[in-house]
Design a protein around this ligand. Sequence first.
Ligand code: CP
Length: 311
Amino acid sequence: MRSRSLRTRRSLFDLNDLSGPELEYIFERTATFEKKLPKRDVLSGIAILNLFFEHSTRTITSFTLAEKRLGADVISLSPKNSSLAKGETIEDSGITLAAMGVNVIVVRHPEARFPDRLALAFDGHVINAGDGTRAHPTQALLDIYTLREEFGSLKDRKIAIVGDIVHSRVAHSNIEGLKGLGAQITLVGPPPFLPDSFASEGVRVERDFDKALPDCDAVVLLRIQHERFVDGADTVSDEDYVRDYRLDARRLATLKEETIVLHPGPYNRGIELADDVLIYAGWRYAKQVRHGVYVRMAVLDFLVNGKRRSK
Ligand code: CP
């Protein structure tokens, strides 16, 4: 019942919107939903619009499943078929959608802070499903949930995030979240994908993947985000990348036995990983994807209903 809310947070743009207790609450709710699906009345009467300006398989599908499993009224609008294509601004679309009773918009857009802009005009909850290179908070939540399921506390756990850090909204949100939980983060990649400026307290930059591997508790691989390259910018050839940064059988053999490997997907076989990774005992991709549905259920429930006094 919505009247049981203690307080309601309006929108989720990045992980630093959530306090420590709010983060813990979302993980508790995720675990509850994972154990047992609720009756389909948690979001009854709530209308949710999925508005994706960029391609997606995992995020849009898991949000849609999460919304349906909570009993929401679910609408998907394709931007190219919307009145945005006729010159309507996103602000005016937001006003219009709220007036007809849409309560939540889940939005993905190539422009950083587009969800924040929408939220200024839309009288409802906005969830960032990925904005440019800036943030992908629900992906980071599901990654962190997966890591915590494995290790419990992440304090002092050694997590390597490898590859195209500069273009990766997933990496940016994961760094934010993992730092807050006390993990020791090693960012690994070549200078065009990882400027030295990424180093900060609790976050170090390492160019040599082979040196980073034996010490890691978890390795998070990333896709090279060619679609976000700026023309003329310094880049890295696939050949050089594969030689220096692909996780393959030789490199897997240097990991500790209990080290796990994650990837937000989609992954490119042969580039950031060899097929050996897909049969490695510590490969956690399927778990990440599965957790994505429960994490998104928890985020939707938290934003709309607030914290519940009891389950
Ligand atoms: N990880 C992720 O955001 O995947 P999609 O682009 O398929 O949603």
